[in-house]
Design a protein around this ligand. Structure first.
Ligand code: NAD
Length: 261
């Protein structure tokens, strides 16, 4: 076994925001362990970074326990965890039409899965006496949207984060979340147009959407000792979606001020 003080596990690290977190963490000196339901994409990211990878369905507690044992044995004690795995939904379903098997899968992956990961790794970090966890929530957890399964799971993840922060703070474990707005990951870029009414970029205060690396910046900051006094917080990284949203009934946020000569 190699002992290493800065081992970071990223669940959902095979794609999108999780993969961007893996890359930045590796740059910042973490030994990155890429964990994902998609074995191949986890292996690819791990190969690129010289890290290790494990396949996992986060919704299965026994598998999360097994992976935590394997990582500790093969790589070393874990002091960083990012939970970026999620199941997503179409926005077309009214509540009375929502397929309940889909609703349960989203709740099971996003909420029960996040609880599984926090439960297993926070307890281990507490026994180690140090550690930091960042859960990837969403702006969808901050207010209403037509995401009748996904939104409530993300609101719950923000609350769960606060509970774990209070539970394990005196054991040296910090637990925070980030809430991304609209992020241009490959999954989103591959979507057919029509999800949003009008030009989504112009509805953001910053006039654009977000790159996965910009979410990773917030995640890695919260994970690191630079955030040593921050626990139980949720960091909104949304390109100003939340502040611009109430302006929609007034015709939206203004365009840029014209530069003077
Ligand atoms: N992209 C956005 O606009 C956006 C906005 C707000 C929040 N988020 C959140 O960011 C996180 C990452 O999303 P993304 O956009 O990068 O998605 P993504 O699809 O690019 O990546 C998600 C990864 O999670 C993995 N995964 C899915 N189910 C899993 C399971 N049961 N167990 C383990 N791994 C599993 C997938 O295989 C995939 O590699 C999610 O929590 C998502 O809710 C994304």
């Amino acid at each position: 076994m190699v002992t290493e003080s800065k081992v970071g596990v990223v669940i959902g690290g095979g794609n999108g925001i999780g993969a961007a977190c893996c890359r930045l963490m590796a740059q910042q000196g973490w030994r990155v362990v890429v964990v994902d339901l998609n074995k191949e994409s986890a292996e690819e990211v791990a190969k690129e970074l010289g890290g290790s990878s494990y396949p996992l369905d986060i919704s299965d507690l026994a598998s999360v326990e097994l992976i935590s044992d394997l990582v500790e044995k093969d790589v070393g004690p874990v002091s960083g965890l990012v939970v970026a795995a999620a199941a997503f939904q179409d926005t077309k379903f009214a509540p009375d039409e929502f397929p309940m098997d889909m609703w349960r899968r989203i709740v099971t992956v996003n909420l029960e899965g996040a609880f599984n990961a926090n439960r297993v790794f926070a307890a281990r970090m507490a026994r180690l006496g140090r550690g930091s966890i960042v859960n990837v929530a969403s702006i969808a957890g901050h207010g209403s949207s037509p995401q009748h399964a996904y939104g409530p799971t993300k609101a719950a993840v923000i609350n769960m984060t606060q509970n774990f922060a209070a539970q394990y703070g005196k054991s040296g474990v910090r637990v925070n979340s980030v809430s991304p707005g609209a992020v241009l990951v490959a999954r989103v870029k591959a979507r057919p147009p029509g999800r949003y009414a009008g030009d989504i970029d112009s509805q953001m205060a910053l006039g654009r959407r977000i790159e996965p690396e910009e979410i990773a910046n917030g995640v890695e900051f919260l994970l690191s000792d630079r955030a040593s006094a921050i626990t139980g917080t949720d960091l909104l990284i949304d390109a100003g979606w939340a502040v611009a949203n109430p302006w929609s009934i007034f015709g939206g946020v203004p365009g840029p001020v014209t530069q003077q000569q």
